[in-house]
Design a protein around this ligand. Structure first.
Ligand code: ADP
Ligand code: MG
Length: 408
């Protein structure tokens, strides 16, 4: 164990006496331990933006009475979780202790713990066992889930591996979405996959929210006709009509249009077009787009697939695939105008088949995609659908022939 990690672990044990009575800390996890630092990249910063996670071993449980009376100074097993603790959970030998940074707002922490509790019954979601609080520090206790760093295996996936990976991912998402919850941060580091068991679990509900929490009306909720009319009268269109030079100038640095506010929480490269376009009525479909980006990554064998510095860059990357025309359609849908003079962005864009062949350096491959791959690309089309209304739901994805009628 690294010296600084050892120090951190000691501090944690000193602060949380309740924890040191129950668990023996082993090491820090989720630091990309197995991956040399130079291969880390911005689209996938080392995990640990909001927390530090440790692997620990459960010590023999003290008797019931001990636990009832135990209340060492300042270290509380949180009442919320004491009440709600997963009673039927089997005893897990190894656990993950997630120390949530104090910079996270109390609401955010409570939100994460509450949602985890609500979603505890799915085998595709890592359940919360219990939680501890010491002053403003909170530690969530989760069963330890064995997994490999995505960067170590994303190039080696066979089609059948993809099926198992996404079967778990969509099963988890179907459960989350059925509860009306958006995960908001679907990406490889938040889906822990165990190859040997062919089973994966969703983690990290730190950004998750209930659908509709902060909804404002957005164009996209209106009927097509009405949407079109309101769009043509919109501020964005009028501004463009008044000053068409906005177009030739490229992205205006001094853009003085009133800005629109929408939840943009999530990770660069995984944000759905409606998030980039600041849709104010985002749905669970944003997670499906992110899952699509993971599938594209695995099929194209490139990670990160999208590596944008900001939301405008991200839009350009997406436009390079889908073409200008479709981007304009989806922008209008959310009341925005999409214009670009970047030459590499064509009017029509490319098929996902072509993108996958290019990405995996097989553009000259006479045979094109193998049958199983073609099925995966067909599924991909349903996930990376620009219009969230047409995008597959998790349940629909599970009913795709890629899963129901697999070919090699
Ligand atoms: P953050 O909010 O800091 O991203 P996460 O909940 O995503 O925190 O956890 C960060 C990392 O810690 C994960 O990517 C994973 O590698 C590891 N981790 C989290 N929970 C577990 C768990 N239950 N079992 C094993 N490793 C875990
Ligand atoms: Mg995370």
């Amino acid at each position: 164990v690294d010296e600084t990690v050892a120090e951190d672990m000691q501090k944690l044990e000193e602060n949380f006496r309740g924890i040191s009575q129950k668990y023996r800390l082993i090491n820090r996890i989720g630091e990309g331990m197995l991956v040399p630092p130079e291969t880390r990249c911005m689209a996938n910063p080392v995990p640990g933006t909001f927390s530090t996670v440790y692997k620990a071993e459960q010590l023999d449980p003290p008797s019931e009475e001990d636990t009832e009376n135990e209340d060492p100074d300042g270290d509380h097993e949180m009442p919320v979780s004491k009440r709600q603790r997963v009673k039927t959970a089997p005893r897990h030998r190894f656990v993950a202790l997630k120390k949530i940074y104090v910079t996270s707002s109390p609401n955010r922490i409570l939100n994460e713990l509450e949602l985890l509790y609500e979603l505890r019954d799915s085998e595709y979601i890592c359940p919360l066992l219990t939680a501890f609080r010491h002053h403003d520090q909170v530690v969530a206790v989760l069963p330890y889930f064995r997994h490999l760093d995505f960067r170590l295996y994303y190039r080696d996936f066979l089609i059948n591996d993809l099926r198992h990976y996404f079967l778990s991912l969509f099963s988890g998402l179907a459960y989350v979405h059925k509860a009306g919850i958006l995960h908001r941060d679907i990406k490889p580091t938040n889906f822990l996959y165990d190859h040997a068991q062919r089973h994966g679990v969703l983690v990290d509900f730190g950004l998750a929210e209930r659908q509709g929490t902060d909804w404002q009306p957005c164009f996209c909720q209106e009927h097509k006709e009405k949407r079109r009319e309101r769009f043509l009268n919109s501020y964005a269109v009028q501004q463009l009509q008044q000053s068409p030079d906005l177009l030739s100038a490229g992205h205006p640095k001094q853009d003085n249009r009133p800005s629109r506010r929408a939840n943009r929480a999530g990770t660069r490269g995984f944000r759905a077009p409606e998030v980039l376009l600041k849709c104010t009525a985002q749905t669970t479909k944003i997670d499906i787009w992110s899952a699509g980006v993971i599938l594209l990554t695995l099929l194209g064998r490139r990670f990160p697939f999208f590596n944008s510095a900001d939301d405008i860059d991200a839009m350009i990357e997406i436009a390079s695939i889908f073409g200008k025309k479709k981007m304009q359609g989806v922008a209008a849908m959310h009341g925005s105008v999409f214009e670009t003079n970047i030459e590499t962005i064509g009017e029509k864009g490319f098929t996902l088949e072509k993108i996958v062949l290019w990405a995996s350096c097989r553009e000259k491959d006479e045979d094109g995609l193998h049958p199983g791959e073609a099925q995966a690309v067909s599924l991909l089309g349903g996930l990376l659908e620009l219009d969230p209304n047409k995008r597959l739901s998790a349940k629909e994805a599970l009913n795709h022939e890629f899963f129901t009628a697999p070919v090699e």
